[in-house]
Design a binder for this molecule. Structure first.
Ligand SMILES: Nc1ncnc2c1ncn2[C@@H]1O[C@H](COP(=O)(O)OP(=O)(O)OP(=O)(O)O)[C@@H](O)[C@H]1O
Ligand SMILES: [Mg+2]
Length: 380
């Protein structure tokens, strides 16, 4: 039996909010998404009462999990500064402010950075301003390159709207949970992987409100048993919107890798991405030029379809490292789209080497980013 929304609401009617009101009668629930045994929704409450609501969230998850046919449940709890956001309320922008604008404590020190993920040494974002430039392909192969350097690596697919990891890593199974709440990531090619796509069908059109995006990301970061990782590679959704800002604010990102194709239009977006990370004080580890040139598989001739070299010049102009050029190549596309990334399945080929070289530059950049900033002493 596959549950429907009414079954979920009936189960939630038995769950009381802190003041005793049954959950569906409060104005705290978002739209409830039920697809093929998977249930997702968020509870939005005042930031000050989040603690009181956490047991409610847990009871809600347990009640839904007990329904026949439910295969996974994700109930996100979001704290907002002001109250009154309900299921029928118009979408509101989540409460966010760039790190640079975080309140300063007396004495001029910036407010504390967001807490890290226990056991995870470095978290890096793979981003671009523009969509479809090859972020996800780069993220997976970069992660594999880092793995080949002997690092313990995880991948978080932060693209809530269009998750790629189920496809790029041919992952069909669902993550298991520990104690009903913490998710265990799927392990592929020796890497821990988590994606909203493991919980929700690829084809399901999702309508995410700002707070839901934030909660889903936070849960995938903090309620997943990531274990001990040297590097977590985060595959970002395209753009410089809420999801990116959320990541930058909720996670202590060690750095960002920007992917761009060489043509001007993509570079303008890449520039916007770099500006955003700089605004929230996340070091830009460098730019990768993807689809840099085309090597003809028949004659071996090289064609610079998008006029090669633009990203290198842009990196120089902006004073950020240039990490490498990845050709536009049929093998990369075919392997990527069939869930067998080139670094894992053709490790001796030229493409794998390119990605490993990029990975080595990222690792070196991380070492620099991790070094404490030199103390500047100004003598009177
Ligand atoms: N170097 C490359 N050579 C050939 N094909 C590539 C290359 N890089 C990416 N692709 C292909 O381009 C398409 C888009 O790539 P990908 O999904 O990685 O981009 P994206 O930037 O993550 O997209 P989105 O913005 O939708 O998240 C895919 O079909 C992928 O296989
Ligand atoms: Mg992508």
């Amino acid at each position: 039996m596959t549950p429907v929304k009414d079954d979920v609401l009936a189960a939630l009617a038995k769950v009381a909010s802190p003041d005793g009101t049954p959950l569906p009668a409060t104005d705290k629930l978002s739209e409830i998404v039920v697809t093929d045994g998977k249930v997702f929704f968020s509870i939005t409450v005042d930031a000050g009462v989040v603690k009181q609501w956490e047991p409610v969230r847990e009871r809600a998850e347990a009640a839904i999990r007990a329904l026949p046919g439910v295969t996974s449940v994700m109930v996100a709890l979001t704290g907002e500064r002001a109250s009154g956001v309900g299921g029928n309320a118009p979408p509101r922008r989540p409460q966010m402010q760039p790190a640079a604008a975080r309140p300063r404590e007396p004495g001029g020190h910036a407010a504390p950075a967001p807490a890290g993920i226990p056991g995870v040494t470095s978290i890096i974002a793979v981003a671009s301003g523009k969509g479809g430039v090859g972020k996800s392909t780069t993220a997976v192969n970069l992660a594999l390159g880092l793995r080949d350097l002997g690092l313990k690596v995880g991948i978080l697919d932060a693209d809530i709207y269009g998750p790629s990891m189920p496809k790029l890593l041919a992952i069909r199974e669902k993550p298991k949970t520990i104690g009903g709440t913490r998710l265990i990531p799927i392990v592929r090619y020796g890497m821990a992987v988590m994606s909203i796509g493991f919980l929700i069908e690829e084809e399901t059109p999702m309508i995410w409100r700002g707070p839901m995006v934030m909660s889903a990301l936070t849960q995938m970061l903090r309620e997943v048993e990531w274990g001990t990782l040297d590097v977590m590679v985060v595959d970002m959704p395209p753009g410089t919107g809420d999801a990116q800002l959320t990541m930058a604010q909720q996670v202590p990102l060690k750095g960002a890798v920007i992917v761009s194709t060489p043509q001007d239009l993509a570079l303008i977006d890449a520039r916007r991405g770099i500006a955003m990370f700089r605004r929230v004080n996340v070091p830009v580890l460098g730019i990768v030029e993807n689809m840099s040139y085309f090597l003809c598989p028949h004659c071996g001739g090289r064609t610079e379809i998008f006029s090669h070299g633009g990203a290198r010049a842009e990196a120089e102009r902006l004073g950020v490292p240039f990490l490498g050029e990845v050709p536009l190549d049929m093998e990369i596309r075919e392997k990527s789209d069939s869930g067998r990334p080139v670094v894992a399945t053709a490790p001796d080929g030229s493409h794998a080497k390119i990605y490993r070289d990029i990975a080595a530059r990222v690792r070196d950049g991380l070492a620099v980013a991790s070094r404490p900033a030199p103390k500047i002493v100004i003598e009177a």
